[in-house]
Design a protein around this ligand. Structure first.
Ligand code: ZN
Length: 434
């Protein structure tokens, strides 16, 4: 990918991976101190990040904010007092949102509360029970089948009490109120592709954009998945018309190729930009039509909301075996993949900023390019060709109704080249930004 040559972002994949390493041990959920601690770390990079607390019991559209869940410790001990399952070894061992319990049980009773994954017998599955009060432990299938008959002591030192739902929001105000949303979730415990790749990449993206003067406004959302997006949309339902484009960031660190899941509209601005940039910069990628399952695009693209928001990922959730297991760890995601994802998101931001409309100032037949040095004397033969084609397309299509992106799509030329040529034509006073 040509973008990797961008010197100024050298080593950013490694930095993102290091940030992920710091967030990895935290036991997150849809509410509680795990989310708060993660947002606090994000705030160290983004000092203007606002942290919102929405009280338990608040009604958000058809939902109610649940009680807040926190956990200190959990274990299962055998009759010798040895811990056979220990929350301190992996926070995936506890069914997320488990109610507190301290009791003794025989194996057959305990097994009703144990979850494993037969297909990948060495991995611990990730399970949740947010809205049905329950308790349980997750463990590798090999561990489960080797548990001997015994009386076990079960302890989950958790609390499920009135509190709040926490989310983070950062608005980077541009020259206009037209807004772009970058949304991700912060509710999964120790897993990296789904989901720490999303918040870590968006933190770095927001940090970069915050250094620049922008045309558009950019809103970054760090929410607990589903209930957080529903909450944000419910609170902000009267301000949604400002949103011109958006992406849900998830699964951005595995070694696979890019996948773009279109918005429900399918032909929205973000769909056009993302697909064009994937064509320009990536040799192999997948396009997925919108489906009403997956991440927070389910809420953003629900019929009453229907925002132009898609999702750019590497390998899609559900489609990599490590998904929602302990194998989605710090080794599964690579700095190289995180870097290429960051750069693609950055490229999308740049294109959103650069995609202007121009008017041809010499619309009466073609202007004479030779006398302006714009024919035959730039670059090598192939490059010259693309350059000249690009110049001709821009001059012909700059009638105020076609953006540079429209021209790049129509001409099948790289957006970056079209932008460079538009700058040259503008300098030569052949076109004018409108
Ligand atoms: Zn997930």
């Amino acid at each position: 990918m040509a973008l990797l040559e961008n010197e100024s972002f050298d080593g950013i994949g490694k930095q993102i991976h290091e940030f992920m390493t710091n967030l990895y041990p935290i036991c997150r959920s849809i509410t509680g101190n795990g989310v708060r601690d993660s947002l606090k770390q994000i705030k160290q990079y983004l000092p203007n990040l606002e942290i919102h607390e929405v009280p338990s019991g608040s009604e958000v559209f058809d939902w109610k904010i649940p009680n807040e869940w926190n956990i200190k410790d959990a274990f299962v001990k055998n009759s010798l007092g040895e811990k056979v399952i220990d929350f301190n070894n992996s926070n995936l061992h506890v069914l997320n949102y488990s109610t507190p319990i301290h009791t003794k049980l025989h194996l057959d009773e305990l097994k009703k509360h144990l979850f494993s994954l037969e297909k990948y017998p060495d991995w611990i599955p990730y399970k949740t029970s947010y809205y049905d009060q329950n308790w349980g432990f997750c463990l590798s299938h090999n561990q489960l089948i080797n548990l001997p008959e015994d009386e076990y002591e079960v302890s989950i030192d958790s609390s499920l009490e009135s509190g709040s739902l926490t989310y983070g929001e950062l608005l980077l105000k541009g020259e206009t109120d037209d807004e772009v949303i970058f949304s991700t979730y912060v509710c999964h415990p120790s897993m990296c592709n789904d989901n720490l790749s999303g918040p870590t990449i968006l933190t770095y993206l927001a940090k970069e954009i915050s250094k620049r003067k922008t045309k558009l406004s950019y809103r970054f959302l760090f929410l607990p998945e589903t209930i957080g997006a529903i909450t944000w949309l419910s609170i902000n339902k009267n301000n949604l018309n400002k949103i011109k484009a958006g992406l849900v960031a998830t699964c951005l660190g595995d070694p696979g190729n890019f996948t773009y899941k279109k918005s429900k509209l399918g032909i929205s601005y973000i769909d056009k930009i993302t697909i064009k940039l994937l064509e320009d910069n990536s040799s192999d990628f997948k396009i997925e039509e919108f489906k009403p399952f997956g991440s927070d695009e389910r809420q953003y693209c629900s019929p009453g909301i229907n925002l132009p928001i898609g999702s750019l990922m590497k390998t899609m959730y559900y489609k990599f075996p490590e998904y929602h297991t302990s194998a989605d760890n710090l080794e599964f995601v690579t700095p190289k993949s995180l870097e290429s994802s960051f750069l693609m998101y950055y490229k999308i931001y740049e294109t959103l900023e650069d995609n202007d409309y121009y008017e041809n100032l010499n619309p009466m037949c073609e202007p004479q390019l030779g006398k302006r040095g714009l024919r035959n004397n730039i670059g090598g033969p192939k490059e010259t060709n693309n350059f000249q084609e690009s110049i001709d397309w821009i001059l012909n299509m700059s009638d105020g109704k076609n953006s540079l992106l429209d021209i790049a799509i129509k001409s099948n030329l790289n957006f970056e080249l079209i932008k460079k040529c538009a700058d040259i034509l503008e300098k030569n006073q052949l076109i004018k930004k409108i």
